[in-house]
Design a protein around this ligand. Structure first.
Ligand code: ADP
Length: 268
């Protein structure tokens, strides 16, 4: 493990994070108690940015894993590889995080199969260990190690949800799109566009969020507002930028597209 370069997992520059409550204090307390944390909320509302910011603030390395349904336990824990010299064990990201004392952020963990989520159990209770069954080793987590998972409550179905035995190993923090004045600040700060234009994008975003459940599964995320603002900052007209970033990706329904396009034209 001495050959792992911890510095590569550290965030060297302060990420811009706009707080909306006392989430920073709450997370610091959870980290101090080394409690596993679940951040909940819709896509693109700032969960990942928050964890990156906290890793920077605490000065800890962070290892992020985007989970998907094809992921196996070995993708997290590690596997033997065959090379010219025979077989060689390669640690997975969770094992590396446990060894070096990183914050391990499993993004959209519900996507992973349940047998995958079970491997995190011994790491999230008093044992703080990770058994590498295939290798015959039990990794004792570094004292700085912490597990964080993200969870989008909107996506869950009965078939795809975390088991209670997994959920009840975490403390949970709710995230949502922030109020308009803060979201305007985020959009302007991230892209350098003027506050007036940012406020108009946010206005369209809010209108679209009201369509959630009436033809839209999810509202327009802060991420997409930032995308639209980035296009504007590169010289695209606000109307086109808003259509490209905030309407075309999220729906193919012509009526909803019309409604959103009209909302854009009314604001810009
Ligand atoms: P999530 O992890 O919830 O899907 P992200 O954290 O990746 O979403 O947020 C998407 C983008 O939205 C970020 O890259 C950032 O530009 C912007 N953003 C959202 N919320 C905030 C915030 N509170 N502070 C700064 N940027 C934010």
């Amino acid at each position: 493990m001495s050959d792992i370069d911890i510095e590569q997992y550290k965030i060297t520059e302060e990420p811009f994070y706009q707080p909306s409550g006392n989430e920073i204090d709450q997370y610091e307390a959870a980290y101090a108690a080394r409690l596993p944390v679940m951040v909940k909320g819709p896509t693109g509302c700032g969960k990942s940015r928050f964890i990156e910011y906290m890793a920077w603030k605490l000065g800890k390395p962070i290892i992020t894993v985007a989970c998907n349904e094809d992921m196996t336990a070995a993708d997290l824990v590690g596997r033997y590889l065959l090379d010219a010299d025979g077989t060689r064990w390669l640690d997975g990201p969770l094992t590396t995080a446990a060894r070096i004392g990183a914050i391990c952020y499993l993004d959209e963990v519900v996507e992973a199969r349940q047998d995958t989520t079970v491997v995190i159990h011994p790491l999230t209770d008093h044992r703080r260990t990770l058994p590498l069954d295939k290798k015959g080793e039990v990794v004792k987590a570094h004292e700085d190690f912490q597990l964080v998972i993200s969870y989008n409550p909107g996506y869950q179905s009965l078939m795809k949800d975390l088991k209670q035995s997994t959920k009840q190993r975490f403390v949970g923090m709710d995230f949502d799109y922030v109020p308009a004045d803060l979201e305007t600040r985020i959009v302007a700060e991230e892209t350098g566009i003027d506050a007036g234009t940012a406020a108009r994008l946010v206005q369209v975003g809010e209108a679209a969020r009201n369509l959630k459940g009436h033809g839209l599964d999810e509202g327009i995320s802060t991420r997409l507002l930032v995308y639209a603002a980035s296009l504007i900052s590169k010289g695209i007209s606000p109307r086109d930028a808003a259509r490209m970033a905030m309407v075309r990706p999220i729906t193919d329904d012509f009526d909803i597209r019309d409604t959103l396009d009209n909302a854009i034209d009314a604001v810009f």
